[in-house]
Write a protein that binds this ligand. Structure first.
Ligand SMILES: C[S@@+](CC[C@H](N)C(=O)[O-])C[C@H]1O[C@@H](n2cnc3c(N)ncnc32)[C@H](O)[C@@H]1O
Length: 471
């Protein structure tokens, strides 16, 4: 196909629809242009930033005609930050678009015909809903024009600019992050600049300060701060710790993780506890959870409980049922379901998360669970004896990361042949791909598809789909 645009070219287009992932869709003849932050009904001047064989990407230079749907985004960084794509779209509309996109994925990508996708469950809070935020330090500030022209260019603490892995937008606050964010960012930034700590350069692999991670247990109010550095100089943080512990009465844990890795990971080789404990405690339903810096915990606490209630409803367990919880993290689903099951077996790759899961089971005096540490991509191939050693699942819960399941795991699930499967996903496109493969390999049919919004203002939606065996 002849490409109607070139990189760097400025064009004027109307936005027709929203794509899965959040960009506005416009067309020149049949050639699709994805316009970042574009909303249906807008007419915009946009600059082409990428050209591929069948589509191009563009960013808005000027809105010529406002979308009738458009609201003002409350966040001052909205224009620069990629985090909240839809902050300028009323919440009901966000859900309507996400609902449609999930329907399209199931009908077209999955080819499942007219399956019913339930109306998405709304998030109780649409700001300050995240219990975890990972901020990056950078020696190159993403320039925000006149808006923050007074700031130095060689120090930033905030979020990566979209599509950029080495610069960061220097943020004073983030409206979806915990309430303490502004205070913590200011204290850490002032301290670092006062004693001339150098932010890490992700291209040259030089510098000291890498990440700042905030975690807040919503129901217990406990706060954890994790400072990730490229080498070990943990004693220099003492004045910062004295300051933070004086101004934050819910500060429960401060850790310094040392990560020499060249990639942008926040998992380190070593960890120092600078203040308090090495974990925070959270309550969910009747359960208590220990959360350590590396362990996974659903980021929207209030909605995590709603999510687990849907999982429990679809699993519809009997007290004779054995459950396998694949990708179990710190065991929250497994522990949530344990009371209704005979036994729950969780599988997880992250050692610390498995440790937490076991401790969480002990903390809650739950004895009918066990957790197996291993990489599910290879676990059953390398240890075929597991098929015989473990009790077969009556029900399987599958909650993989965004990339979905490894194709080698699909036949394992089919071989285990549980009577029902509850597949939880934060990425419905990989979920649909995996369910399609599963249905092709075995006798399952889709029973329920329930989207639930854990991530307001973003193009992401959690989807819980239950499958039942047809034979
Ligand atoms: C979406 S989280 C689910 C966590 C858990 N179900 C919960 O609700 O808290 C996905 C989990 O899969 C784990 N994981 C990722 N790849 C894996 C693999 N290849 N094998 C086993 N676990 C893996 C991650 O460490 C993470 O804890």
């Amino acid at each position: 196909m002849e490409k109607p645009v070139n990189k760097g070219q400025d064009i004027s287009v109307e936005i027709e629809d929203l794509a899965f992932g959040g960009a506005g869709i416009s067309r020149i003849d049949d050639f699709i242009i994805f316009v970042k932050n574009g909303l249906p009904g807008q007419k915009v001047n946009a600059r082409i930033t990428k050209v591929k064989s069948s589509f191009a990407e563009a960013r808005i230079l000027k809105v010529l005609k406002k979308s009738p749907l458009q609201d003002d985004a409350p966040c001052p960084y909205f224009e620069y930050c990629g985090g909240c794509t839809f902050q300028n779209l009323p919440y009901d509309k966000q859900l309507e678009y996400l609902h449609n996109q999930v329907k399209q994925l199931y009908r077209h990508l999955g080819g499942f015909g007219p399956v019913e996708v339930q109306t998405p469950i709304r998030s109780q809070d649409i700001f300050r809903y995240r219990n975890k935020m990972e901020f990056a330090f950078s020696n190159k500030r993403w320039l925000t024009g006149d808006f923050e022209s007074h700031k130095p260019d060689d120090f930033a603490l905030g979020l990566r600019a979209p599509g950029n892995f080495w610069k960061a937008i220097d943020l004073n606050d983030c409206l979806i992050a915990p309430e303490e964010t502004a205070v913590v960012l200011a204290a850490v930034r002032n301290f670092a600049r006062k004693i001339h700590l150098i932010p890490y350069d992700q291209k040259k692999h030089e510098g000291f300060l890498r990440h700042l991670i905030l975690r807040k247990a919503r129901n217990t109010n406990q706060l954890m701060i994790n400072i990730v550095t490229s080498n070990d100089q943990h004693r220099i943080f003492q004045p910062l710790i004295d300051n933070l512990s004086a101004i934050l009465n819910n500060l429960t844990s401060v850790v310094n993780t040392i990560s020499r890795s060249l990639s942008e990971t926040t998992i380190g080789e070593k960890q120092h506890i600078l203040f308090g404990k090495d974990h925070i405690i959270e309550n969910l339903g009747d359960l208590t959870f220990k959360i350590s810096p590396a362990s996974f915990f659903q980021t929207n606490t209030v909605m995590a409980e709603a999510l687990y209630n849907i999982v429990a409803k679809y699993a519809a367990l009997k007290n004779t049922d054995v459950v396998w919880d694949l990708y179990c993290g710190a065991g929250s689903i497994a522990l949530y379901l344990a009371e209704q099951a005979k036994e729950v077996i969780g599988f997880e790759i992250v050692k610390d998360a498995v440790k937490d899961a076991r401790e969480n089971a002990a903390l809650n005096r739950i004895e009918n669970v066990r957790f197996i540490e291993g990489d599910l991509d290879k676990l059953f191939g390398k240890n075929p004896e597991l098929f015989d050693d473990l009790p077969k699942p009556d029900v399987m819960i599958i909650d993989p990361p965004r990339g979905g399941m490894h194709p080698k795991l699909i036949p394992v699930v089919a071989q285990m042949n549980p009577k029902s499967i509850v597949y939880v996903s934060c990425n419905p496109s990989t979920q649909v791909r995996d369910i399609k493969m599963l249905i092709e390999k075995s006798n399952y049919t889709i029973d329920n598809i329930q989207p639930i919004d854990l991530f307001p203002h973003t193009p992401h939606i959690e989807v819980v789909t239950s499958l039942v065996r047809t034979d």
